[in-house]
Design a protein around this ligand. Sequence first.
Ligand SMILES: O=C(O)CCC(=O)C(=O)O
Ligand SMILES: [Fe+2]
Length: 310
Amino acid sequence: MRRQPIPYQQECSKTNALQLSAEEAEYFKREGYIVKPGLIQAADEFKRVIEYVWDAVPEGVMCRGDPSTWIDEPHKRWPVNLAQTLGILQHTGWKMRSPHRYGRETFILEVSANHRCVRALVEQFLGNCVAPSERVRGIYLVLPKSPSVEAKLGPHVDHSAAQLSAMVLIDDIPPRTGGFTVWPRSHVRLHRFWASRLGAHFNHQTKHEFDSEFKAILHDTDPVEFVGEAGDVVFWHPRLIHSAGVNYSAETNDPRIRYVIPCDFQKSGYTFYDDDDLGPGTKQQWWVDTRHFREDPAPSLTNMWDDWVI
Ligand SMILES: O=C(O)CCC(=O)C(=O)O
Ligand SMILES: [Fe+2]
């Protein structure tokens, strides 16, 4: 039996939202995430983002005012030819993203990756040499699952080459409503099995050890599911095992959709290159704003936090 996710509860003392305290920095290093509640105060802009999402929904797929259309397998009505221009709707997950449009809009960047309060935090993790973001991954939705359908978490690691990632909550997310979910401490436990500190490739000589540690983590670690309110931001280490949550809200009298904007950050000044084999690049993982770089060293027992200012 897989462990059930525990809804996030604030674990660090309350601090000034714009400051990363020493306690929060230590917590982030150990657990792999911290939450900054209410970091982005932009209720009107968040409403606009959600309207923008609904304006893009293709005719006949689902209706904003009729939750039954979110639940009765709308992925089966999703026009296949829209995957490149509008993203895919797979089961209950719609990743609204595209190479040139969705995820690159100035108004989306301004309420997420490039918001001044997000940048203030990024600077306290990585220093002041992170270029403004050119894109976020997109707007990621989790629709309520039909009560008659089984759904499970999909724990995985990303191949993003990012140094720091963030999830911006665009709407309130109650428990069991699809909240982003992580396996705390997995970033540290898996660090040594990668080919480089941040790149997308596994070290193939230790791939079987990676796989058994991955399994052990799922077995011994309770996942944490981020619940919260619009404007909360979860900063997370991109090496964490994570998953979109399962949205059970169709089983309540308040079916609701989960909306988040995933963002990625890295320091500038390196020799960046596209990796067409495993991304990010124009062919693979194009939705990530970070790149591989030549100076990325092999992982060692001591180099996990080199380049960070925490
Ligand atoms: O939608 C989510 O909560 C998770 C998305 C995810 O796993 C990803 O962007 O790699
Ligand atoms: Fe992921």
